[in-house]
Design a protein around this ligand. Structure first.
Ligand SMILES: Cc1cc2nc3c(=O)[nH]c(=O)nc-3n(C[C@H](O)[C@H](O)[C@H](O)COP(=O)(O)OP(=O)(O)OC[C@H]3O[C@@H](n4cnc5c(N)ncnc54)[C@H](O)[C@@H]3O)c2cc1C
Length: 348
C-alpha cells in the first residue's frame, strides 16, 4: 500500500508532492495535461495587490516559506528556477503617487513598498509620473519547474500520464483502490478540472480565464517587471510576457483575438517602440467567490482530500496551503476556517 495518490500536477499538486517527498511518503501522480493555469502563469511572486496598494492575503506569512520551498526544489532538480525580479508600479497620475505614499506608511506594507519615487530611464516607455518599487518580488519559471519535476517523478516510476477516472475508484474506510493501486489517501489537485470531480464539484470554484501575449522587442531592453494596467515581464532574449486578461465568462482555454487586441491596445498606451507578437497562451485560474483556497477532506470519505482555489496567486499560496493540508491529514492539526471546505458544506 502506498501513502498517496495525487490527481493533477500544477502548482497545487507540485507543492503537495514536494511536502510528501520531504516526509518520505510514497505516492503516484496522475496528470492528463487538460488544464494549463500553472503552465501559462506569469510566474511572479509579489506580496502586494498593485491595483489598490493593499497587502495580498497572508502574503507576509507565505513569502518566506514559498521561496525556501522553490529554492529547495531548484537544488533537488539541479535547475535554475527562481529569480529575483524587481516589480515597478507605473503611476498614472499624482493622485496614485499620493495613494502609494499613504500605503507606504502602513505598518503592514512598509516592508514591501519603497517610499522612493523611481524615475524612468528607459526611452522605450512613457512614464510621466514615475514608478513605485515593490520589495521582495521575483519570478519562478513555473513551466520549467513543473516539467523538470514531472521528469524526476517519471524517472522514479511514480507518474501515470492518464486522466483519473472517478468511476474506477473503490473507497474503503481506511484505504482506497484505483486500477490495482492501493493507497491510504487521495489528493485532488485538478485546478479548474475539479468541475468533473463528482466528490468535490459542489464547491464554488468559478474560474477566471487569463491570457498573455509573448512579444519580442530588441529596443525595449527592460530588466524589471513593469505593472501599469497590465504587466510587462522580461523573460530574457528580448522576449516579454504581456498581460494578463481577466475573463469570467469564457471557460475555454483557447487563445482569443479579442484578448490579443485588448493587450496590444493597453500596451500602446505606454510602450513607444516596435515589437512583434510571437506567441499567446491562455489558462483558467481556479478562483473562488470568497477569494480563499479550498482545502480539506470529504465529509463522508475521510481519505479523500482537496487542494484547490489558489486563484491568481498560486506561487505564494501553494506551499502555504500544502503544509496546512499535510499537517491536517498526518498530524491532526486544525485547519483554519477561512480555507477549510467545511465552509461550503451547505452546498453539498
Ligand atoms: C494567465 C495566468 C497568469 C497567472 N499569473 C500568475 C502569477 O504571475 N503568479 C501567481 O502566483 N499565479 C499566477 N496565476 C495563477 C496560478 O497560475 C494558479 O493559482 C495556479 O496555476 C493554480 O494551480 P493548480 O495546481 O490549482 O491548477 P492547474 O495549474 O490548473 O493544475 C491542475 C492540474 O491537474 C490536471 N488534471 C485536471 N484534471 C485531471 C484528471 N482528471 N486527471 C489527471 N490530471 C488532471 C491538469 O492537467 C493540471 O495540470 C496565473 C494564472 C493564469 C491563468
Amino acid at each position: 500500500m502506498i501513502d498517496y495518490i495525487v490527481v493533477g500536477f500544477g502548482l497545487a499538486g507540485l507543492s503537495f508532492v514536494d511536502k510528501l517527498e520531504s516526509n518520505n511518503k510514497s505516492y503516484v501522480v496522475y496528470e492528463n495535461y487538460s488544464e494549463q493555469s500553472s503552465r501559462v502563469a506569469g510566474g511572479l511572486y509579489n506580496p502586494v495587490i498593485l491595483k489598490r496598494f493593499t497587502p495580498a492575503w497572508l502574503a507576509s506569512e507565505q513569502l518566506e516559506l514559498a521561496i525556501s520551498v522553490y529554492k529547495r526544489i531548484e537544488n533537488k532538480l539541479g535547475e535554475s528556477l527562481v529569480f529575483e525580479l524587481p516589480v515597478l508600479r507605473r503611476f498614472n497620475d499624482v493622485e496614485e503617487q499620493n495613494l502609494w505614499f499613504e500605503a507606504c506608511d502602513k505598518p503592514i506594507l512598509d516592508r514591501f513598498l519603497s517610499s522612493e519615487l523611481i524615475r524612468n530611464e528607459n526611452d522605450a516607455l512613457d512614464v510621466s509620473f514615475h514608478y513605485g518599487k515593490v520589495k521582495h518580488t521575483g519570478r519562478v519559471d513555473v513551466k520549467k519547474m513543473l516539467s523538470c519535476y514531472l521528469q524526476n517523478i517519471e524517472k522514479h516510476g511514480n507518474l501515470i500520464k492518464e486522466s483519473f477516472l472517478f468511476d474506477e475508484l473503490l473507497i474503503e474506510s481506511d484505504f482506497l483502490v484505483y486500477k490495482g493501486i492501493k493507497a491510504r489517501n487521495i489528493i485532488f489537485s485538478e485546478g479548474f478540472g475539479v468541475r468533473n470531480n463528482p466528490f468535490f464539484n459542489y464547491l464554488p470554484l468559478y474560474g477566471n480565464k487569463g491570457e498573455y501575449i509573448i512579444i519580442k522587442s530588441k529596443e525595449l531592453k527592460l530588466k524589471e517587471a513593469v505593472k501599469s494596467s497590465i504587466f510587462i515581464i522580461p523573460l530574457g532574449n528580448d522576449l516579454y510576457k504581456v498581460g494578463a486578461t481577466y475573463n469570467n465568462q469564457d471557460k475555454t482555454a483557447d487563445i482569443t483575438k479579442s484578448a490579443r487586441e485588448q493587450l496590444k491596445n493597453k500596451l500602446s498606451r505606454f510602450l513607444k517602440v516596435d515589437y512583434e507578437v510571437v506567441d499567446q497562451v491562455a489558462g483558467i485560474r481556479p478562483t473562488t467567490r470568497d477569494r480563499r483556497p479550498l482545502i480539506g477532506t470529504h465529509k463522508e470519505y475521510r481519505n479523500l482530500h482537496i487542494i484547490n482555489g489558489l486563484g491568481s496567486r498560486g506561487i505564494l499560496i501553494g506551499p502555504f496551503v500544502s503544509e496546512k493540508l499535510y499537517n491536517y491529514i498526518e498530524n491532526e492539526a486544525i485547519l483554519d476556517k477561512e480555507i477549510d471546505i467545511k465552509r461550503f458544506e451547505h452546498l453539498r
